[in-house]
Design a binder for this molecule. Sequence first.
Ligand code: BTN
Length: 247
Amino acid sequence: MNLTILTYDILDSTNTEALTQARAGADEGLCIVARQQTAGRGRYGRTWVSERDAGLYFSILLRPEMETQELPLLTLMAGVAVHETLEEFGLNPDIKWVNDVLVNEKKIAGILAETAETSDGVAVVVGIGINLKTTNFPPDLIATATCLEDTSADPVSRDDLIEVLTRHLDDSYSALLGENGRLKILERWMIRSSYRSGKIVRVQLGNETITGATDGLEGNGALRIKRRDGTVAVIQAGEVERVRAAI
Ligand code: BTN
């Protein structure tokens, strides 16, 4: 993939900018970076706190030739790339399904994939936020978030992070699109996530709360949860919460 990196001082959201450029015909491999976001988006309509130079705010435009039902694999692919990136900087990360990257059980990075119909077909923008500092985080986030400044032995610059991240994204994306790509990405994800099996979790699905032990992934990346009665729930989307007490 040919990568083009455009760096902005300030944007509302790097995902919004990448989606706009996708609709205007930009090529796959366009990467948008901003030093600050005024309307950074997280999953489930949440805000992604994006103070100036406190994080990497990055989006990549992809135009994958994949079936719609396989698009969730792009999120797993990006989770693998972020995990590998942080490992390269000496950290010991984990991935909580589907794509929260954790260090010491606290969130250090999040991924938000969004799609747009364009005249060149479906475009997918994968937005990645990696915390560099949490100094100005609101108190409620401090309890659950961490950052490179607090976890890495050596200082990590945004430019080093971009260089390593784009290399791993390129590699994971090529693997996904190559022979047996789906399986390769599922395997890479599973060896990097303690959530792959045996973790006691809870997921709220509408009115239903599903509690049980994680039991691997389906072929499209959906999470299997085995309830105590032995039945298995397949979770396509939702927020997984670790349950620490015995169920
Ligand atoms: C999450 O809720 O975990 C996903 C967070 C994704 C944040 C990144 S920062 C760069 C890109 N631009 C956005 O507005 N969001 C994503």
